[in-house]
Unconditional design. Structure first.
Length: 153
């Protein structure tokens, strides 16, 4: 399941909803990304996207993850709009019978979200605003999914 929204999310409630009535799940992996203030350099982060296009692309990557790993369920909640340091940005939940699939799928989702998802981030601080780009380390991490047993299509 995919949701792009401005509202905050409740991590515990999202896990409970994802797993409600499920007895086939043996592992749940969660990742929550938050806005961090890098030594007073960030007072606000604004996240933008193209409605419709973003959701379709996230659904495509979710389908790809489900074809690679035996997931019982997954969820990506990504916020947009103006956020302050400490605010939640993204929640990724993966649920599977065994932990390895859940961990791998969660990392796959996050590597994709950091490098290729159609979101644009602008940080604002005392020195003004700047657009945030993927870091070289993020690109390297994402590259692992194009080789090996879980190669990208």
């Amino acid at each position: 399941m995919i949701r792009v929204q401005q509202e905050n999310f409740d991590i515990g409630a999202e896990i409970a909803a994802l797993t409600d009535g499920r007895t086939d799940i043996g592992a749940i992996v969660s990742f929550t990304g938050t806005v961090r203030d890098q030594h007073g350099a960030v007072t606000e982060m604004t996240l933008e996207h193209y409605p419709g296009m973003t959701e379709a692309e996230l659904q495509r990557i979710e389908a790809q993850a489900n074809s690679r790993w035996p997931l019982q369920a997954s969820l990506i909640v990504h916020r947009t709009g103006a956020l302050k340091p400490g605010d939640n940005i993204v929640l990724v939940l993966t649920a599977s019978e065994h932990r390895e699939a859940a961990f791998d799928a969660a990392q796959f989702f996050m590597d994709y979200l950091k490098t290729s998802a159609p979101f644009w981030k602008r940080e604002t601080g005392p020195d003004g605003s700047k657009w945030v780009e993927a870091k070289a380390g993020d690109e390297t991490a994402a590259g692992r999914w194009s080789t090996g047993k879980n190669a990208a299509e």
